[in-house]
Design a protein around this ligand. Structure first.
Ligand SMILES: Nc1ncnc2c1ncn2[C@@H]1O[C@H](COP(=O)(O)OP(=O)(O)OP(=O)(O)O)[C@@H](O)[C@H]1O
Ligand SMILES: [Mg+2]
Length: 241
């Protein structure tokens, strides 16, 4: 049985939350679009969103964060500003969608703060995790796809796409920073294997999309069918209560 969030006798099941992470030019935005289309073809309501941003007040902060204007607050201040944007995003976009049974697919989320602010500011990881706890509450991703690419290749894609326009605050960092970033993302995936999947983002677009879809199918769409019938009945009863 396919797990249809709104299709079970009117009982509303909380939606699923998927995040795509990875360095510059890994193909996150491309793959969010492809994944959303594929989920919608299954009849699932999907909200596509992104960070920094994803809600009105957070999008206003996006300009500040990506222009580099926030750097003058220092690494801690910058991490807190990212968290402020995330609070608005979670409260106004992600939580309401999940609560009504829609799925949410986000182009970057909290792992980007762990990796970027961790790699960049050498911030205490306890501070980063505490900010994350405060900002996201229950909105923990069910599945995170890390699009893994050598930074040289990702940056080359981005510079081609930019076509002469200035690099943003993070694109402008040196290669060593982007190499640290890749290492940080891989480290997160290794420590949370239940939530995370690493996908080779150097592969052609369609192959990347197929690998992501396999992860979504096995980890999210088939889980209801695989659970013992007793557990499913209990869950349905809870949903009715
Ligand atoms: N698998 C792929 N192979 C080759 N080129 C790709 C692939 N996926 C995306 N691209 C191209 O690489 C560029 C960057 O892709 P995209 O914007 O999706 O990456 P991103 O991870 O969202 O980047 P950013 O970090 O800048 O937001 C785009 O021009 C896109 O068309
Ligand atoms: Mg993008």
């Amino acid at each position: 049985m396919i797990d249809q969030p709104n299709g079970r006798g009117g009982a509303l099941r909380r939606g699923r939350f998927i995040t795509l992470e990875g360095g510059e030019g890994a193909g996150k935005s491309t793959q969010v679009r492809l994944l959303v289309t594929r989920l919608e073809e299954r009849g699932i309501e999907v909200v596509a969103t992104r960070e920094p941003g994803g809600s009105a007040k957070a999008e206003a902060l996006r300009q500040v964060l990506l222009s580099g204007a926030a750097t003058r607050f220092g690494p801690r201040g910058e991490a807190i500003l990212f968290s402020a944007a995330r609070i608005d995003h979670v409260d106004n976009t992600i939580e309401p969608a999940l609560a009504r049974g829609a799925w949410v697919v986000s182009d970057r989320f909290a792992d980007s703060t762990r990796a970027y602010q961790g790699a960049l500011g050498k911030l205490d990881s306890r501070l980063i995790l505490e900010l994350e706890r405060i900002a996201i509450g229950n909105a923990r991703p069910d599945l995170t796809i890390f699009l893994d690419i050598p930074p040289e290749a990702g940056l080359l894609r981005v510079s081609k796409r930019r076509n002469g326009k200035a690099a943003d605050r993070f694109e402008a960092e040196g290669l060593a920073f982007h190499t640290d970033l890749r290492k940080a993302f891989r480290e997160i995936a290794k420590t949370e294997p239940k939530r995370c999947v690493i996908v080779n983002a150097l592969a052609p677009e369609n192959d990347v999309a197929a690998a992501i879809w396999r992860a979504v199918e096995t980890r999210l769409l088939q889980t209801t069918a695989k659970r013992p019938r007793r557990a499913r009945r209990k869950e349905a009863a809870e949903e009715r209560a």
